[in-house]
Write a protein that binds this ligand. Structure first.
Ligand code: ZN
Length: 837
């Protein structure tokens, strides 16, 4: 950490306690206030009372951070008890105001959706602040001490204690620097600057603002809001002040400071509920100066010990972490505290041992493997090598990510078996599934595709209704007795019976995707049944919903809605496409996650298009209709925001916003890219005769696969690859750039309405031409859209005339046309996501 955050300030009216609170670069003296163990420090950080000797009148004080301005006009303020000689919090009551300025249109629209204001300007009556810097000293000139005769500190200490609990883990990252080391005390480090404010707003109620330089996007604000009994963490805005457009990773972000090279996990699985494991994790410290690392691990798995070189390390695993900092991730974090500061380049080998109940039996021989992403300690998606070994009962089948290898280090106990799975290269995530499966196999060229289904569906699966059947008479003929119709209940579905169809379908998808995108990235593909309606595609291992194992007859017996049946038939192809998009090529930040969902989904639709172009259109039209919908309060789904808001799209306003926008609009964005590249390129090659070339869309995707295998890609980098394939007709303002598509369509929410006006047909010596104006309605003024324009000829044929880049509300155009052209059509093949009305 080179940047010094704590600057000395002029000290005028400082009381002694505040001088003590001002951070210094000097070694911190051993203080009775500085606990000597990680757990002691943690319990202190999470239970901070107010100090009755630090109660003040405050007048016209302010705290400023980039894009954030907090004013304390008048009131009473008490600081918290100090920790390791520092003041880290304050409680204020009185009149205050907050001003938060989002940096771009999408963030202002998001702020507006939740607060009714594009720029947050709100009076507050109380504030609870936490900080790790010189904020107490900054406030000091505006404070005058008072005797706390009214018991202000006592009155609000419980509030302070419970709110300090929410953020204690984040403070442990910094304050663990003060724990004793073998060589004595560590020098104080300048911490990445942190300010948290829990505010009670006059109009908006309770909300929170964070300014944390260690976070990928340092400034964010939001609120917990309950809707129909479900609590949502609504993120009003989140961004990086100072970055271009407010988008980009904070220079002090902790993400990537430590990376995992490999995992070696030895697990014992005891159906129906228990997992016991030891995980050896090899880490490389990319950027040193940390005492504490935070891992994700399911709250249901309790750690017995964390060892480094045979030595026990301190760790904090939260039984009930309700903190604002971790709320979005649930309670699944564990902090490991090291005996000394980590150094850049240092390699660590940690051994975690843990156990818990993360499995449940959903049906006979059908397990639900819960906590799939957090069954081993990890840092989220971080490609690493995995060596997994499982011990489990002999009558169960276990399938895991990686290649099965025969030799194992353990000998199976009586009635048990052991299997070992090793990844061929780094993969972002590893997991397993087990059940009493029947296996089916198919081949996609040299790739082995296996489907694993149990004989039953989960107990909670819907039952097919009984149907009226007219039995066939056993002796047909005029004299046979009339048989009464009978109510017959169809037999329950059997995934095992349909496993072969699943394997065959996935193998066909692998074949198509390999041709379009490049070779299948992993050794083999296993599709394993999972109870519930959710599916997930992991490297080489798909957790496939029982619904995706239904035969067409079983679907019709269940009376599934035809469009729902169509989409659920797409699931296994969608998950297969994730092998390329999401498992091999990874998204960069939450703002780029849409691309793996949109592209996996569009890949599945491309397979459907080959088999059934009508259904392909139906799926796209269903998405268009969904995107034009409203929630039950009459708010337009479009207003949830652009695909680049990622999981933030799911909020109290639009609980299913992420799925609707990132999957459905994301799919449309890829359809638009494909069609406009194809149509423009076809037009520019038409003079050289029909070109039997591969579509530019697929050429671009093959490049993405090649260049970003095992790497993260941002939406902007993705567009850069597509720009290489950009035909001249799509160069806006003479630049080979897709910035217009990124700004208006990916970072925007547009669904314009298109109209042609003042269309004139002219016959000249050189041929016919058509001119006119294209209007974009219901669209931002700077929206650029590539619109294919077709003409209707004298013989009523529809011919492509050219691509017009409509820029803003009105764009005049001029195109050559075949003789006799008398009418034009804008995008008649519906390749642009418009409102169509
Ligand atoms: Zn998906």
């Amino acid at each position: 950490m080179t940047k010094v955050l704590d600057r000395p300030r002029p000290v005028l009216l400082l009381a002694f306690c505040l001088l003590a609170a001002a951070p210094s670069a000097q070694p911190v003296p051993a203080s009775t206030n500085c606990p000597r163990t990680a757990s002691g420090l943690y319990s202190r950080l999470r239970s901070l009372a107010l100090d009755e000797h630090r109660v003040y009148h405050v007048r016209s004080a302010a705290i400023d951070r980039p894009n954030l301005h907090l004013v304390f006009d008048a009131g009473t303020l008490a600081f918290t008890e100090d920790v390791c000689g520092r003041i880290t919090g304050a409680y204020f009551e009185g009149e205050g105001e907050v001003l938060l300025r989002p940096p771009n249109r999408a963030e202002r629209a998001s702020m507006d959706l939740f607060t009714g204001m594009a720029i947050l300007e709100e009076q507050f009556s109380s504030a609870y602040l936490r900080f790790n810097d010189d904020t107490a000293a900054t406030l000091a000139p505006f404070l005058s001490p008072v005797l706390d005769v009214g018991g202000f500190a006592k009155q609000w200490s419980d509030t302070s204690r419970s709110l300090s609990d929410s953020d204690a883990l984040r403070f442990l990252l910094d304050f663990s620097h003060f724990l004793p080391t073998a060589s004595g005390m560590e020098p104080a480090q300048p911490f990445p600057r942190l300010l948290l404010a829990h505010l009670q707003g006059a109009k908006l109620g309770a909300f929170e603002i964070f300014w944390d330089a260690a976070a990928p996007e340092p400034l964010w604000a939001g609120q917990i809001r309950t809707r129909d009994g479900i609590a949502f963490w609504d993120i009003w805005t989140s961004f990086t002040p100072g970055a271009p457009g407010g988008i980009g990773r904070s220079p002090e972000s902790l993400a990537g400071d430590v990376s995992v090279g490999s995992f070696r996990i030895r697990a014992s699985v005891q159906p129906p509920t228990t997992l016991r494991a030891s995980a050896e994790v090899d880490l490389v410290v990319r950027k040193g100066s940390k005492r504490t690392l935070i891992f994700e691990l399911s709250r249901f798995l309790k750690i017995d010990a964390v060892l480094m070189d045979g030595r026990r390390l301190d760790f904090i695993q939260n039984e009930a972490q309700e903190g604002t900092h971790v709320r979005r991730k649930g309670n699944d974090l564990v902090a490991v505290v090291f005996p000394a500061l980590l150094e850049t380049g240092q390699r660590l080998k940690l051994l975690f041992s843990y156990a818990g109940e993360v499995l449940s039996e959903a049906g006979s021989g059908l397990l639900y493997v819960g906590e799939r992403g957090t069954w081993y300690p990890n840092f989220g998606l971080n490609p690493a090598l995995f060596d997994l070994e499982f011990q489990y009962p002999a009558n169960w089948t276990l399938v895991a990510t990686g290649r099965p290898v025969p030799q194992t280090s353990v000998v199976a106990g009586p009635g048990l078996q052991v299997s070992r799975w090793v990844s061929d290269g780094p993969i972002p995530v590893a997991g397993f599934n087990l059940g009493k499966y029947i296996r089916a196999e198919a081949k996609a060229d040299s790739v082995l595709v296996q489907a694993y289904g149990t004989a039953v569906v989960e107990r909670s699966f819907p039952k097919a209704p009984a149907e009226l059947i007219q039995p066939q008479p056993s002796f047909p003929g005029p004299r046979s007795p009339a048989t009464a119709p009978m109510m017959v209940t169809p037999p329950p579905p059997s995934p095992a019976r349909n496993a072969q169809a699943v394997a065959d379908k996935a193998a066909r998808a692998v074949t198509s995707f390999s041709q379009w995108f490049g070779p299948y990235p992993f050794g083999a593909l296993a599709l394993t049944q999972m109870p519930g309606d959710l599916s997930q595609g992991w490297p080489g291992l798909v957790f496939l919903s029982s619904y995706a194992f239904l035969s067409p007859q079983e679907q019709s017996e269940l009376h599934l809605d035809p469009v729902m049946a169509l989409l659920s038939n797409q699931v296994l192809v969608h998950e297969t496409a994730h092998q390329w998009w999401g498992d091999l090529v990874l998204w960069d930040s939450y703002r780029d996650q849409w691309f793996v969902e949109g592209l996996a989904n569009y890949s599945a639709l491309l397979v459907l298009e080959q088999q059934n172009p009508v259904q392909f259109r139906q799926a796209l039209e269903k998405y268009r209709t969904d995107l034009l919908g409203k929630n039950k309060d009459g708010e337009w789904l479009r207003n949830a925001g652009p695909v680049t808001l990622g999981q933030r799209l799911s909020s109290s306003h639009f609980p299913g916003g992420y799925e609707a926008i990132s999957y459905e609009r994301g799919t449309w964005l890829f359809h638009m890219l494909r069609c406009m590249l194809r149509d423009s390129e076809a037009a520019s090659h038409s003079r050289n005769g029909p070109a039997h070339r591969e579509e530019p869309f697929f050429r671009a995707l093959r490049k993405v696969r090649q260049r970003y295998a095992g790497k993260n890609i941002s939406s902007r980098e993705l567009m850069k690859v597509f720009e290489e394939e950009l035909p001249r007709a799509l160069w806006f303002e003479n630049r080979r750039s897709l910035d217009w598509f990124l700004d208006g369509w990916i970072n925007g929410t547009a669904m314009p309405r298109l109209e042609a006006r003042e269309v004139r047909f002219t016959q000249k010596e050189s041929g016919w031409s058509v001119a006119g104006t294209i209007t974009q309605k219901d669209a931002p003024d700077d929206l650029v859209t590539a619109i294919p324009v077709y003409g209707v000829t004298a013989s009523n044929a529809t011919v492509f005339l050219g691509m017009v880049l409509a820029d803003g509300p009105d764009t005049s155009f001029h195109l050559n046309a075949p003789a006799g052209t008398h009418k034009i059509l804008l995008d008649p093949r519906q390749t642009v996501l418009t409102t169509l009305k």
